[in-house]
Design a protein around this ligand. Structure first.
Ligand code: ADP
Ligand code: ZN
Length: 778
């Protein structure tokens, strides 16, 4: 049987021997005392199990001298266990929720394994877990499982398998499969960056390859596999001096923060234009908190973690643990422990870092708080920004949210005086904001040619390249959408009801208007000239080839989820761009985030319409954010910045306000619409998606769910939209129907539905997922 490992430094280690000595071979001795367990499975109630009799191991240092008394391990709320669960008795992760449940009459199964000898959750983290369970309508066991990395507490493996590249690129046979090629590329890139060998675990994860491919490469002599001792990083590094004093505006922000940083819960929204020096404010605030002996958490979007801005920031902070996705399980557990022990003073990471077990927490910062990636898209579907604010409230610590384009939810919270807004209205060092030019794509293209880069943008790219300056191009491709277009006469299919472009949906083979939801058959021929129509898929690869055709000498790098398979690949492109080895960086919204390159003088938005076309009430807001954020990459040092935005809807307010970099006016225009239509931030939403392989059954189950929900919410003013087919009607052969609940009062829906959720979903015969405060409505 497996050994039991507690968290280090807290309690002593019980061993397999200790468990064995309880008397039963191959199983823990059941001590007879019941405990309640929340299992990490889609069930709402807890289950009682018998607590095993396990003796604590004596402290290792003294163990050899004399025998120590070995008290039994007592159950604690929040301790992790493995229990046989369900009819098949599958070993399932669980958490002790109650150490003294009321005695029942049923015969209990025994806990099979103890994963900890003490709780993983202090009082506030436990409360946070309970809040997430209720607010996001997710079983507690699933929430708790998401809060602790699975490798925590497991004895750290002493060694790991690692791969060395032993061949030169020129010697790689052409017959290799795509995955094997990717493995070699990854090793090659790491070696170039001076990282060698690579742990096999991470290598396989990032390349999506299986062990057999790796072994195949070793058999062919292209790589060597070896077992070697694990090397862990350290959080203890030299801290760099401040490179410059804060400017007057940054000082004013720090002054306003002063009282808040010394303690107590508060939420501050730092609204600072791109390049206004927000990051610098974070550094100073964090250092102040750490100097007072406390810990700080800085959340950043996953992609930003790989940028040089962040690398620079890390050098300025003491004892940082960075929890990025490239960490192996053992490393993650190691840092988690360092945070808990207080050896790490600062935690930097993506959304899950909001659960870092900092016991002396003094500050939480959420950078780019408007980012939709803070919302987790599987259960628990929490929003890390909102969880950060809740954690701040529970722990009594200040929370700081930063953005150049604050979400309307946060702005609304400022208006309601829940948050305080501080502003950095100007760029640092008196640098001007970039100038934006909106060009009408229809007038920019040569008739008869399928092009996406219009005349103005082409000329400006050429000019920037001539001046040896760099260019960032944004193409926010949406994979499921393409326009219907006549290459001969440039006719474009628009909606009869709203004259907006219709979008072709692969899944349904229909065209749809994302504004009024009108759908139609795909026309066979162009109604204007009778020729064949084209699906105008504005994919990024098409732009790449257009660029290469127009600028054969330019060094172009593409950055999207197809090419960026690991943080290392991402780093490679960003380093290449920083060194000037790349002239044009073409990417999806990845390039809009936090990049700071002084030689970028031109930013081009190939089509601002791709995000306008998303069927979501936040389409305008997203478009505004994206254009402003990507424009903010231009002119960040002494070169003046220019931005060209291509669109078919130059009159669109989101684009007009973005062009003027005018957040206040955008908000003043958008908020009344939301109010009128009773949408967030003036209401709260909960979305239920019901899935089944048979569309009729999916619909019927969704109708039943709606009928069951209705009486529960009778007293609340809740608007129910649906049942209706979800916009993406079918995913992985399951048909999806949705129910949207809209309510003015926060938490009202959950209070009624949470206690009843299990019975609401019982015998529906279909899968149900709940998404509270959804950010994607597809
Ligand atoms: P933001 O996060 O608001 O986009 P950053 O914090 O990245 O802006 O700052 C933009 C640039 O300005 C960075 O290169 C940063 O080093 C520099 N910077 C920040 N504050 C100052 C200052 N007070 N004086 C001079 N340069 C500064
Ligand atoms: Zn329409």
């Amino acid at each position: 049987m497996r050994e039991l490992f507690p968290e280090s430094g807290q309690v002593t280690t019980p061993s397999a021997r200790a468990a064995g000595s309880a008397g039963e071979a191959g199983a823990l001795g059941a001590g007879g005392r019941p405990v309640s367990v929340a299992v990490a499975a889609n069930v709402w109630r807890t289950f009682d199990y018998l607590w095993p009799e396990v003796l604590r191991e004596p402290a290792p240092a003294r163990a050899s001298l004399e025998p120590q008394p070995r008290p039994p391990v007592e159950p604690q709320r929040g301790q992790r266990v493995r229990v046989p669960f369900g009819r098949g008795n599958r070993m399932t992760l669980g958490f002790i929720t109650d150490t003294q449940p009321a005695p029942g009459t049923r015969e209990l199964k025994a806990v099979a394994e103890l994963l900890d000898t003490a709780s993983q959750f202090d009082e506030t983290l436990w409360k946070l877990g309970e809040w997430i369970s209720q607010y996001y309508l997710t079983p507690l066991g699933i929430v708790l499982a998401a809060m602790v990395p699975s490798a925590v507490g497991r004895r750290r493996p002493q060694s790991e398998a690692a791969a060395f590249l032993t061949s030169r690129r020129a010697d790689w046979p052409a017959s290799l499969g795509a995955r094997q090629k990717r493995l070699l590329d990854e090793l090659h890139e790491a070696a170039r960056q001076g990282i060698e060998p690579l742990p096999v675990e991470g290598l396989l994860r990032h390349s999506g390859a299986v062990r057999a491919s790796l072994r195949g490469l070793a058999d062919r002599g292209l790589i060597r596999l070896e077992t070697r001792p694990i090397q862990l990083g350290t959080t203890d590094r030299h801290v760099e001096e401040d490179p410059f004093p804060l400017n007057a505006e940054q000082q004013a922000v720090m002054k306003a923060m002063e009282g808040k940083l010394s303690g107590g819960f508060s939420t501050t929204l730092l609204y600072g234009v791109t390049g206004s020096g927000k990051t610098e404010v974070y550094v100073r605030a964090i250092r102040q908190v750490v100097a007072a002996g406390k810990q700080a958490i800085l959340l950043a979007p996953e992609i930003a973690l790989a940028t040089q801005t962040l690398t620079r920031l890390l050098k300025r902070l003491p004892r940082v643990a960075v929890l990025h996705s490239a960490l192996g399980a053992a490393e993650r557990a190691f840092y988690y422990q360092q945070i808990r022990d207080g050896q790490a003073a600062v935690v930097v990471g993506p959304r899950s870092a909001v659960f870092a077990p900092a016991r002396r927490l003094g500050l939480i910062i959420v950078d780019e708080e408007h980012e939709p990636t803070y919302k987790q898209d599987n259960a628990p579907r929490y929003h890390a920004r909102d969880v950060a604010v809740m954690r701040g409230a529970l722990c009594g610590v200040p929370v700081m949210l930063g953005s150049a384009t604050p979400s309307l939810e946060s702005l609304r919270n400022v208006q309601l005086k829940r948050y305080e807004m501080l502003r950095l209205p100007r760029r640092v060092r008196g640098l001007p904001m970039p100038t934006l030019q909106v060009v009408h794509l229809r007038r920019e293209l040569t008739p008869g040619r399928i092009e996406l880069i219009g005349r103005t943008l082409t000329l400006k790219i050429a000019a920037a390249l001539d001046r040896r300056q760099q260019v960032i191009l944004l193409m926010n491709r949406r994979g499921y959408a393409s326009y219907v277009f006549c290459p001969s006469c440039r006719w474009m299919l628009t909606c009869d009801h709203c004259t907006r472009a219709m979008v072709f949906h692969q899944a349904t083979q229909l065209v749809m208007c994302h504004y009024c939801q009108h759908t139609a058959l795909l026309p066979q021929r162009c109604p204007a000239c009778g020729r064949k129509l084209l699906l105008f898929g504005m994919g990024i690869q098409r732009i790449e080839s257009e660029l290469l055709r127009k600028f054969p000498a330019a060094r172009v790098a593409r950055m999207d989820s197809d090419t960026m398979t690991s943080p290392r690949q991402f780093r490679k492109v960003l380093d290449g761009f920083a060194e000037g080895a790349i002239d044009v960086l073409l990417g999806t919204q990845m390039v809009a985030k936090g990049l700071d390159f002084p030689r970028v003088s031109l930013v081009g938005v190939v089509s601002a319409d791709t995000s306008l076309a998303i069927p979501d009430f936040r389409a305008s807001e997203r478009t505004f954010q994206l254009v402003v954020q990507v424009a903010g990459r231009a002119g960040r040092s002494d070169l003046p910045g220019e931005v060209v935005v291509q669109t078919l809807h130059p009159e669109e307010p989101a684009i007009r306000f973005a062009a003027a970099q005018d957040y206040d006016s955008f908000a003043a225009w958008e908020l009344p619409h939301r109010l009128e239509t009773n949408l967030p931030p003036y209401s709260r939403m909960a979305r239920f998606v019901v899935r089944h392989g048979d569309p009729l059954k999916a619909q019927a189950a969704c109708e039943t769910l709606a009928e069951r929900i209705a009486p529960l919410l009778a007293d609340e003013r809740v608007v129910v939209i649906g049942p209706q087919p979800a916009i993406v009607r079918k995913i992985k052969n399951l048909f999806r129907f949705q129910l949207l609940l809209v309510c003015a009062k926060p938490f009202a829906i959950q209070q009624k539905l949470h206690p009843a959720f299990e019975s609401l979903c019982r015998n529906l015969g279909a899968e149900v997922t709940a998404d509270v405060d959804p950010v994607v409505l597809l």
